[in-house]
Design a protein around this ligand. Structure first.
Ligand code: CO8
Length: 260
């Protein structure tokens, strides 16, 4: 199978661009997450890499979020393994020493939104067909506390409360208004704008920026690292419930119908 991630590292600027290319919608499967984490770790360990831009190599979609098929009809063991990989992705990105910028060139629901939220800065394509948000409740599932915390840290408590309870997906202009993304640009300028912003972020001395980032994020990260196993158990017992499986099935059917 072809790689689901391709990385373009520019030695002269110290900036890597990571393209997600898992057709059709960059859904976050166990294989995808494993490959993703290996790539992030490699860049993290490379002292010459100071910045990471994450974008999609697929049209119209940044990432469709967690692969629903990984949560449907799978054994508890497999679900547990999958959830550890989701935790890993979040922990690696949210605590990264690199400057991370999400170049959101398509829709970005649920896990895709979470991935964007782990970045230091978000630039989204100004296309009203695209949407972004933590829509978990719409699937009959519940965004875990660390999804919620990441959103709260970005847009504040009240907006997160409304957004999560209703499972809202926002248009780019609404997302900008609530601070879910930082900047909107025409679709063909998303990556170029990310690169320009990256240069600005990289003028700040790394050590000062890194310590500051860690100061802002450490309490949120510690909450999960000290509770990882319980969080896995919690996910597995929730997702394997008959009633939750039924909700997921209905959502999957709705996705297919919408298409046909
Ligand atoms: N997982 C698996 N398959 C998916 C997913 C997904 N997340 N999203 C789309 N697909 C599939 C579709 O079913 C379709 O399959 P097929 O070709 O067999 O019909 C194919 O991908 C293409 O999808 P679309 O035709 O819908 O493509 P569009 O370009 O029209 O739309 C969207 C792209 C906007 C991404 C749309 O597909 C969409 O809205 N997808 C659903 C996104 C979603 O709701 N994701 C939520 C996942 S849950 C999550 O991320 C966090 C869960 C936290 C767990 C908490 C539990 C305790």
């Amino acid at each position: 199978t072809p790689p689901k991630i391709s990385v373009d590292f520019d030695q002269s600027t110290g900036v890597a661009v990571m393209y997600m290319q898992s057709p059709p919608v960059n859904s976050l499967s166990l294989d995808f997450l494993t490959e993703f984490c290996i790539n992030v770790e490699k860049l993290e360990m490379d002292k010459s890499c100071r910045g990471l831009i994450i974008t999609s190599g697929q049209p119209k979609v940044f990432s469709a979020g967690l692969d629903i098929m990984e949560m449907y009809g799978k054994s508890p063991e497999r679900c547990g393994e999958f959830w550890k990989a989701v935790q890993d992705m979040w922990l690696k990105l949210y605590s990264s020493n690199m400057v991370t910028i999400a170049a959101i060139n398509g829709s970005s629901p649920a896990g895709g939104c979470l991935m964007s939220l782990t970045c230091d800065y978000r630039i989204m394509a100004d296309n009203p067909r695209y949407s972004i948000g933590l829509n978990e409740t719409q699937l009959g599932i519940v965004a875990p506390f660390w999804f919620k915390d990441t959103m709260t840290n970005t847009v504040g408590h009240r907006t997160t409360e409304i957004s999560l309870e209703l499972g809202l997906l926002y248009s780019p202009s609404e997302a900008l208004k609530i601070g879910l993304v930082d900047q909107l640009v025409p679709e063909d300028q998303v990556l170029a704008t990310a690169t320009q912003n990256m240069s600005k972020w990289l003028t700040v001395p790394d050590h000062a920026r890194q310590i500051t980032k860690s100061m802002m994020r450490k309490p949120t990260i510690d909450k999960l690292t000290s509770n990882r196993e319980a969080d896995v158990q919690n996910f597995v017992s929730f997702i394997t419930k008959d009633s939750i499986q039924k909700s997921l099935r209905m959502y999957l059917e709705m996705l297919k119908k919408k298409r046909g």
